[in-house]
Write a new protein. Structure first.
Lengths: 366, 693
């Protein structure tokens, strides 16, 4: 698996070509432009070679014929200048910091942080660089991991620090940093058979308390809801570099289905780097629509929004296979959804003693 | 001056209903402590304005409210005016007797109308505090002012007077006061702020009386001042005789019994408006009455028959008797320009439109509708618009929902004109205020409290029509504003953002800053017109600039036309581009060819106007390429203006006294009415700048 990391020089020259597109247009007597792929559900398609969903060929040209897009171009120039400065001075900043720094950009300042986040993503897409190449960090919370695996992380002093995610950490586990690339993290060794990604903190803590990681020789990873980029990236790296299966244990509702899709097939917003973030081999463990019935789980009625989300998923190319179609249709028929923790109906140990072993056995992992 | 004051007093007749008042004070606006104070201010201020108007004096009115006893809610009210004053011997009658007013029997547009006013205040004070009302009055022919305390004996329907005397009345600056009236009274009342308050009443009064200067000192000592914005007094109101269509049985009965005429036909001809000698005979015939019958001797059946003839229920030759309309010169509209000024001084706004409809007659009563709408500024966008209702220049502050004027506003679907309105019904929401003024010789209220106008289909339709016209004006304004905002954005793009993009990209690439001309043309790809109207304080004129930019790839040639207030006495100066008069109120300039990227400015000043008189110049063009910010000149439209000019010229050349009727005057009226068809109705309405200024 390739990783498309760029050197400082490559990053800069990729950004320079964005600037040159604008500059050359002005010289030619045209409105300056920035060309980028269309970033909607209609322009993502399955890349058979990579096994993930990627942006299609539809391009949109952002040109300076309206005040709004002209301002976007100017902001992009300011971001590029800011990133070049950071690269040169060896600094990095959070997206939020950049938003505040833009206060001093005069006409190029951002109206909201959402605007600056989106523009940073636009630049990633156009330059084929990564946020990490731009020295921009997200605010979002990274995942935590517990299990018998050992990696080394380069600390602030530039020294490699060896960490075993079972013996060297407390109950909260190993905190995944925003940058999980090789210059920051190296995987050393492990004694696990698979990785289990878990949606909620409550379930993660239940499995830790019950010693599930040791009993079933697995790494437990807390996703913290919709997983951050670094979380998806570290799952992918562990899966590929250690050749480990990944199972995903979520609530049984339409939103969990989407979380799974972003882990396994790629998210629409980050489809430009799907091959870098998505883990196509990941498996949805539960809660499935079948589980709700089979385990007679306490459930809630689907809300109107839930139903809309399920219907949208029926036409989402990422859920096109028959297994997903069945699960979605079944949930619609049931009109019910269930949380991971509803398994506690049968006692605190039911999930570790009965449910997970049964589900893992189906996959040949227990 | 004293002549007028004495004449007013001598017209008074008395009606004994002070007992009635005591029992029915709630009808008369004294039903709550808050309302009582407003009513008292209203009666005193209305009297002051009426007296000044009749004496042709520009009113300066001072109102002061102070709390005397907070526990018992005792308030002292002082209202001082610079009116003609009241002769000493008449003070007692004016203040002491109910329905003792010169206006009760004359038919004319006036504020108090039924004369119950100030006497009611004296009575209320007497009833709630036991204290008389202190009156100070000075007329011009006397050197000192008369002072007296007026109380009221409600059972005997008589005033009581005490402490009468004379004193020297000095202004604050030590000058002797020439004439005026000051009323000081204490009453049980509460001062309250807000929509229904003394403040609001005076504010509204000031809007419809732009010729008045009003100062109000509130109980906290805060001084509110509404300045005079015009030196022009309202037109003199003429009394008219009643019209047969508007008369009621009781009134007819009274007129007949009081008449000293010897024949019914003479009585009809001389006591009514709209009744010719022919009509008088026909009315008698329709009522099957002898024309020679003595009016005094008519029987109740005969009177009823006569009334039925008036109302067309009894016919002459199978048709109702044809009567002339009553004259409408008895009305005194505020007029568009002055309403605009009144509104603008009181409420901060971005857009103001006003309109005075032609006078009309309903049921024998002349009436006239005036409306105003202001939009934008500091007004709240999510609240119902402020409705300012007036009858004969008197603010109506209560019973908004039950009033004909409100119903007319509610009947318009304001959504199509840019205001929010749930379901297209009710009072619209938005940053706006709507003013409606009904001037009439006989305003019909829903009750004695005189706070809401009674339903009348004709008046309703008239108000509604005026609302629709104003709505169209508002929509046009909003559309123009939207277009201008877009244009402004484009200018920001090419003037600020594009140069910044060029400079920043050049800096990042370490290359020279490129020339922007080509990109600008491609981005704008239009001819753009920017118009600016600015009030110049030092020259007291409106400086207008019309800037045309050619941001297209080809050379362009245009004739630019602009409206200007020729009709209302504006003078165009410093017009260096010359040009020529295209029609009245429309000037035209033929521009030299504009090359791509070029721009040029037409600039001139408009003198002879006051601040706020002219804030929007409409710009038109002749030429093939559209100009953003200007309208394509509709030649049919201009042709129509010229036709009107020609018709008026011809009409005028047949007029007998060309020296006194210079041909321009009537033409201008008509032309201005045509230039702004979206605001002006086509017929002989008075124009944007009012009638006779």
């Amino acid at each position: 698996m390739m990783t498309i990391r760029m050197t400082a020089g490559e990053t800069k020259s990729a950004m320079q070509s964005v600037v040159a597109e604008m500059y050359d247009k002005i010289v030619k007597g045209e409105p300056p432009t920035m060309t980028l792929p269309v970033r909607t559900k209609n322009n993502i398609g399955f890349d058979r070679k990579l096994g993930v969903y990627k942006y299609g060929k539809n391009k949109s040209v952002r040109d300076a014929t309206s005040l709004g897009s002209a301002k976007q171009l100017l902001r992009a120039l300011h971001i590029i200048e800011f990133i070049e400065d950071m690269i040169d001075s060896g600094k990095s900043s959070t997206l939020r910091e950049m938003y505040y720094i833009s206060e001093s950009w005069g006409l190029g300042k951002f109206g909201s942080q959402n605007e600056s986040n989106n523009l940073a993503e636009d630049l990633e897409i156009v330059t084929k660089c990564l946020r990490e190449d731009f020295k921009l960090r997200p605010e979002e919370d990274g995942a935590r991991i517990i299990g018998n695996l050992t990696l080394q992380e380069r600390n602030r002093r530039g020294e490699w620090m060896r960490i075993n995610a079972r013996d060297d950490v407390g109950d909260s586990g190993y905190g995944v940093p925003y940058n999980v690339e090789t210059e920051k993290i190296e995987f050393l060794e492990h004694d696990i058979n698979f990785i289990m990604a878990i949606e909620t903190g409550g379930m993660f803590d239940r499995l830790v308390e019950n010693g599930f990681d040791e009993d079933y020789k697995c790494g437990l990873l807390h996703l913290k809801g919709q997983p951050a980029r670094s979380t998806r990236r570290i799952i992918k790296r562990m899966s590929e570099e250690w050749d480990l299966p990944v199972v995903v244990f979520l609530d049984g509702d339409p939103w969990s289905f989407r979380i799974f899709a972003s882990i396994a097939y790629g998210a629409i917003k980050t489809a430009h780097i799907s091959e870098y973030l998505a883990t196509p081999s990941a498996t949805y463990l539960g809660i499935t629509s079948d589980d709700i019935v089979a385990y007679d789980l306490p459930s809630d009625d689907l809300s109107k929004k839930d139903v809309e989300a399920l219907n949208a998923e029926l036409s989402d190319p990422r859920f096109a296979d028959s297994w997903w179609q069945d699960q979605i249709n079944m949930m619609l028929e049931l009109g019910k959804k269930a949380e991971q923790q509803s398994l506690a109906k049968y006692g605190l140990d039911f999930v570790t003693d009965t449910y997970l072993p049964e589900k893992l056995a189906e996959l040949g992992l227990a | 001056m004293s002549g007028i004051a004495q004449k007013l007093a001598s017209n008074q007749k008395q009606v004994a209903i002070s007992e009635f008042f005591e029992k029915n004070k709630h009808f008369l606006g004294f039903d709550s402590p808050v309302r009582s104070l407003i009513t008292a201010v209203k009666e005193a201020v209305d009297n002051a304005l009426d007296a000044c108007e009749e004496a042709r004096i520009l009113p300066t009115i001072k109102v002061s409210v102070s709390k005397i006893d907070t526990k018992k809610d005792i308030i002292e009210l002082v209202v001082e005016d610079n009116g003609p004053g009241i002769p000493q011997k008449s003070i007692e009658k004016v203040f002491g007797q109910l329905l003792f007013g010169s206006r009760f029997h004359a038919i004319r547009q006036s504020r108090g109308q039924q004369g119950i006013g100030i006497t009611g205040v004296v009575m209320y004070s007497q009833l709630t505090t036991g204290k008389p009302t202190h009156v100070k009055s000075k007329i011009a022919t006397e050197s000192t002012a008369a002072v007296v305390d007026i109380g009221l004996d409600t059972r005997k329907n008589k005033a009581t007077k005490s402490n009468a005397g004379r004193e020297i009345w000095l202004h604050e600056d030590g000058e002797m006061k020439k004439h005026g009236l000051e009323v000081t009274t204490r009453m049980k009342a509460k001062y309250q702020k807000g929509r229904q308050s003394v403040w609001q009443y005076l504010r509204m009064t000031s809007i419809v009386n732009p010729h008045a200067e009003i100062t109000f000192t509130d109980p906290d000592g805060e001084i509110h001042h509404w300045p005079r914005v015009t030196e022009r007094l309202p037109g003199k109101v003429e009394s008219i005789k009643p019209h047969p269509h508007g008369i009621e049985l009781g009134q007819l009965q009274r007129m007949l019994t009081e008449s000293s005429d010897s024949r019914l036909s003479v009585f009809l001809r001389t006591n009514f408006s709209g009744v010719s000698t022919r009509a008088a005979k026909e009315l008698c015939s329709a009522a099957e009455l002898d024309i020679k019958i003595k009016p005094k001797q008519t029987s109740p059946e005969q009177i009823r028959a006569l009334l039925e003839a008036f109302q067309g229920e009894r016919m002459f030759n199978g048709k109702p008797v044809k009567l002339l309309n009553p004259p409408t010169n008895c009305l005194s509209p505020i007029e568009e320009m002055l309403i605009k000024k009144g509104l603008s001084k009181t409420i901060d706004s971005r857009y103001a439109t006003t309109m005075t409809r032609a006078p009309n007659v309903s049921q024998g009563n002349p009436y006239q509708v005036e409306v105003g709408l202001i939009f934008g500024g500091d007004m709240a966008a999510d609240k119902p618009v402020e409705v300012l209702r007036f009858a004969n220049r008197v603010p109506l502050m209560y019973q908004q929902g039950g009033c004909l004027l409100t119903k007319a506003i509610e009947s318009v679907d304001w959504r199509q004109y840019g205001l929010d309105q749930a379901g297209g019904k009710g009072v619209p929401k938005g940053p706006a205020a709507i003013l409606v003024h009904l001037a009439s010789t006989n305003v019909q209220f829903t009750s004695e409290a005189k706070e809401a106008l009674a339903d009348n289909g004709e008046v309703m339709e008239e108000v509604r029509k005026a609302m629709l016209e104003m709505g169209r004006g508002l929509r046009k304004h909003l559309e123009k504003k939207k277009k201008m905002a877009k244009t402004k954005e484009k200018f920001e793009l090419i003037n600020d953002i594009l140069p910044a993009i060029a400079a920043k990209s050049a800096q990042i690439l370490d290359r020279p800053i490129p020339n922007l001309a080509g990109s600008i043309t491609k981005i704008m790809s239009a001819v753009i017109c920017e118009t600016n109207n600015e009030w110049n304080k030092s020259t007291k004129s409106v400086d207008v600039s019309i800037k045309i930019y050619n941001y297209t790839a080809r050379a362009r040639a245009y004739t630019i036309l602009a409206t200007w207030p020729e009709k209302s006495g504006g003078l165009m100066t410093n017009n260096e581009h010359g040009g020529r008069k295209e029609a009245t109120g429309v000037w035209a300039w033929k521009l030299d060819t504009l090359q791509p990227g070029e721009n040029m400015t037409i600039a001139y000043s408009l003198e002879g106007l006051e601040k706020g008189d002219w804030t929007e110049t409409d710009v038109f063009y002749r030429g093939s390429q559209e100009i953003i910010g200007a309208m394509k000149m509709d030649e049919k439209y201009l042709e129509e203006i010229r036709n009107q000019e020609k018709i008026m010229l011809e009409l005028n050349s047949t007029a007998s006294q060309p020296e006194e009727n210079p041909p321009e005057t009537p033409i201008i009226e008509t032309v201005a009415a045509v230039i702004e068809p979206s605001i002006k109705p086509p017929s002989g309405q008075s124009t944007l700048f009012g009638g006779d200024q």
